[in-house]
Structure formats: structure tokens, C-alpha cells
Ligand binder design. Sequence first.
Ligand SMILES: [Zn+2]
Length: 255
Amino acid sequence: MIIDTHAHTTDERFNVDREVVIQNAFNLDVKIIFEIACETSHWNKVLELSKRDGIFASLGIHPSNASKVIHKDFDRLETLVQDKKCIAIGEIGLDYHYDSSIKNINFQKELFIRQVNIANKYNKPIIIHCRDAYNDMICVLKECEFALKGVVHCFSGNLKQAKIFIDAGFLLGIGGVLTYDESDDLRQIVSKTDMSNLLCETDCPYLAPQKYRGQRNEPSYIFETLREIARIKKMSFSEVVQTATQNALKLFSIY
Ligand SMILES: [Zn+2]
């Protein structure tokens, strides 16, 4: 059994064939999909989808939506995360990629910490989005008083930063980027990181693996990434699948 630990199949790009895409993944042994909500207006849609067998929800407010947040969003998040199919808070984090984001760094940090507090209160792991902000993210996490658990989704930091997150108890989320020609640094990190610290994900519809690059990504394309991990780590495909699945079930407390 394979788990896609990070998908956005509620995205409008799946409106025409969502059922087919999900069924196709299930048929190919991708038996569990974690559906991630990035903004308040997606929470209900994602929770609705997670009522189905094999689909779980993660709810959060992405840093790029920091300026739209109002106080009652946090109360609503606290209520919704208690749903039995909600397994995590995320994706939440810091994103300094765009020049405009520099203006709201403090907003982003505050938004992240408030959501981390909710995750801790309800004992949920966090799904971190971090882009061009790894050192700040490490500083912010160090300021948190409690032990945290979670995954750094679509990890794009360096080896030193990877070690810091792993030592702090986080897993690294690895997706289609691993298969890109220019991703030698990430392949190096994967080769030097124990399989017990890795999760596999698609981030669909974004970041389709090399074979489908430029197209809409889908949960079933996770095979490309799993095969690449097996190749890099000189492990069998089934061993990679088994470990990645166990890691996900354990982190997100799915039994
Ligand atoms: Zn995502």
C-alpha cells in the first residue's frame, strides 16, 4: 500500500475528472491520500472529501494567505481539527520567495506560531511549507517550547538544514522535484538520509515528476518518485514503499 502524503485534488484543475483521478490512484495501490487545505475557503471542501474511505484531511492557512486572516479563523480551525479524519495542521510555514512577502514576514511568523499552538493543543503533527526561509524556520521552531512533530513538505533546504529538522523529530517530504535533472543536491540529501526519515508525496496538481513535467500532477504519479528514491538509495522498490508507508502511518497516527 502506497500513501500520497500531500495532494490537492480539491483544486479546480481536477473539477472535470476528480473521481477518475482518485479511483485511478486507488486502483494502482495508492490506497491513502492526504488532502491538504491551504486556505480557510478550502477547509470544508477538503473535510467533505475526507469523509470517503482512504482520504484524510490536513487543514491550515498557507503563509501566502497571511494577510487575509481574521481572528475567528483560528476558532474555526480549532473546531474543525477535532474532526476524526483531520490528521494534521498544514500546510503552514514561511514563504519568502516573492519580494512582496518581505513586507509581511512578521505576519507570517505570527500566523505560523498560532497554528503550531493549535496543533500542539490537539496533538496533531504539522505539515510545514518552507520556501527560501529555512534559517528563519529553524529559529522559529527553536523558540517553540514544546516538542513538535511533523514533516517539512517538498523539502528544498541543504543537508545541514535537513539534519537539524531530522534531529528535531521532523521527516522530510520528498516529491517529483527529486526526478528533475537539476536536483542533484536533493538526490544527495536523499542518499544520505535514512529512509526512516523520509515521506513520499506528490503535491499534485503541482510539481509533476520529470516524465510528466509541465502537466497536471496526480496522486498516481507518486510511483516516479518512489522509483527514484529506490534507485538513489539502492533499495528495492517494495522496501521503499513499505518504509515510506510505515513512516506516514506512524507520524499521522493512522492505525
Ligand atoms: Zn501543497
